[in-house]
Design a protein around this ligand. Sequence first.
Ligand SMILES: [Mn+2]
Length: 456
Amino acid sequence: MMKTMRSHSRATVSLFVIGVLFPVDAMAQSISVAPPVAELPGMGRAIEIDATRARRQALTERTGQGIIAIPAATSRDLESEVLQDNDFRQDDYFFYLTGLESPDAWLVMAVHPSGTVELHLFLPERNPQMEQWTGRKLGPGPDAIRLTGIPNVHPLDSLDRALFALQRTVPGPLFTPLYAGTAENERIDRWLQAGVGVDVRSVVPVLDSMRLVKDDAEMVRQRRAIDITVEAQRAAMQAIEPGMFEYQIEAIIEYTFRSMGADRVGFPSIIGSGPNSTTLHYDTNRRQTQPGDLVVMDIGAEYGQYSADVTRTVPVEGRFTDRQKAIYRLVLGAQQAAIDATRPGITIGELTRIARAYLERNSGDLCGASTCNRYFIHGLSHWLGMRVHDVGDYSTPLAAGMVLTIEPGIYIEAEQLGIRIEDDILVTDNGAEILSAGAPRSVEEIEALMAGRLVP
Ligand SMILES: [Mn+2]
C-alpha cells in the first residue's frame, strides 16, 4: 500500500518533468511482472502478462497461418449516448488476449508460414485536452509495451496501413470476431473492399472453446467475484426482516459488492419476494416484503471482468414454514445430486437428467398428483466466466477447469412459492468444488445465520 502511494505521486511529478509516466524504480522491473495499470488513474488492474501471452499462443496454434484481428470495445460518450450506466467495459475477447482495459484499441497477430507470430497492439494517441474530461489513457509508447508484454505498439491511425502491409507477407485467412453492425465491423468491411483477408473467418468458436477452461489467472478473478457475492448473500441474510423493501435488500447486496472492490454487477440483481419469487428474472425490486414471504436473491458481482452468479432463497422472518422447508429440501437434494455427479466427462444434459430424476423420485405428494419436476421450468446450468451466461458449446463434456452454475428451482405461482438454489461449481480432476460454499445453503445454516448465530 505504501509503495503504491509513493510510486503514484512520483509518477505524477515525472509526467510533467520528463514526460515519462513511471518512476525509474518501476521501469527497472522485469517485463513479466508489470506494475499494476492502476498506477495510471482509472486504467484498471495489473495485467497478467504470462497468462495473456499463453492464451495468445494457444490461439495462434489453433488458427494456424493467417492474421488475427481483435478489436477492443469502443469508448462511450456520456453526453451523446446519455447512458445511465456509462462506465466502460472492455470487450471480453480483447481482454482475454491482452488484459488491457483501454478503449478503441486493436490487437493484431500475424502467424507467418514459418510459424513465427508477430504481435501488434494499436492504441489511440493520447489527447491531453480530452483526458481532462475522461481521464488519462494509455497511449502508444514504451509504457504500453512494458505493461502489456506486447512488443510492438503503434498509434491506431496506422492500423489500416499496417494490416495491408501484413497481408502482403502473411498469406492465409483473416480471423476476427465479426460483430455484425458495429463500427469495428465497418472497419473490417473497408479492409475487405481494399483486398485484405479475402478469406474472412470468425475466430469466435475457437476463442469460446478456449474460454471454457479457465487458467490460473482467470480463476483468481473468478474466485474473487464469487467470494464477494457470498459475502453479499451473508450480509443480506443477516439484515432481512419483514417490512423491508426489495430495493433495501438490493442496496445491502450492492453496497457489499462495491465496498469489497467489485467493478459492477454481473447482471441486474434479482430480489423477488412473495409473489415475485416465482418470476425468474424479476429485477424491479420495489415490493415491500410481508411476513411469511420467501425472498429469492439471485445476484452476482463482477470483479476484474469475471462475474459470479449465486442464488439463495430465504424466509423473510428467518424461519421457514413446514411447507417451505419441505420444498426447499427437495430443491436442495436435486442440486446436491447434480453436484455429486459433476466430474470430467459428464455433460450438462446428463446433470439435468440427474436433477430431474431426483425431483421425480422424491416429490412424494408435495406437488399433488404430478411430481414437482413440472415446476422446475428452466435449465439446470450455464457456463460462468466473463459473461454470467458465458460462451461455449453446451454439449461439451465437462473438463477440469470449467466453471458452471447448478441451479434447480421450483416455482408454484398459486402459492407465491418460488425457491431457487444456485451455486458456482469448478470442475476438478476427479469431481467438483463448490466455489460459493460460503453462502449458507441448508435450512439449518440459513436459519442460524438469520437468527444471528455464527455460521462458518
Ligand atoms: Mn444463473
